[in-house]
Design a protein around this ligand. Sequence first.
Ligand SMILES: N[C@@H](CCC(=O)N[C@@H](CS)C(=O)NCC(=O)O)C(=O)O
Length: 214
Amino acid sequence: MSPPLTLYGESTWVSPWVFHAMTALEEKRLAYEFELVPLPIPADEKARLAERALLGKVPVLVHGDLWFTESLAISEYLAETFRSPDHPRLFPADLAERARARQVMSYLRTDLMALREARPTTSVFGRPVTAMMSAKARDQADELVSLASRLLAGKPTLFATWSIADADLALALMRLVKNGDSVPAEVRAYAEAQWARPSLRVYLDRAAAAAVAT
Ligand SMILES: N[C@@H](CCC(=O)N[C@@H](CS)C(=O)NCC(=O)O)C(=O)O
């Protein structure tokens, strides 16, 4: 029998990386405990997490004696531990599509800093921002939308079947949609359809409730 799973997330419900890890667990239909830590993480809690998980950040996945951080490491571990066909897939079966999915997810984690600053996740889950985007943020938004349009080309998912890259791309696009920035209709429809997917809703509903409460 597999040891129990625990996911550490943040009590403010604003982390795209916890969203990714929780969506992966939900998509795999795994039972797990959920532990909340405040953000910023208090020094003593950060040290406690870092002692076990190497880094004092969330998300942290605990599986038996293994504690580790990094959202992509978590989804890849879940994909490789709880394999298809016994569990739904998180990554495309096709190697070329899987490479493309990793390309998109890596881009979303390491790029778009100006856009992420101008359109933070607080404005996705809670109150929209009214400030104009800087020229750099606008350029990054244009690049993001162009990438989405080219990859989607009217399809409902990036690849032949849903993958965890769809969840990440939808969240990135929602930085624009939720703030009233211009997004082509078919890209917006894709992001909104992803937003309704049950595995994403688990984090999103908690984030929406937390936003209303603050
Ligand atoms: N690259 C990491 C990013 C994790 C991260 O930056 N988490 C933030 C919350 S969004 C955090 O734990 N910050 C607390 C801190 O740095 O003290 C991932 O993909 O999981």
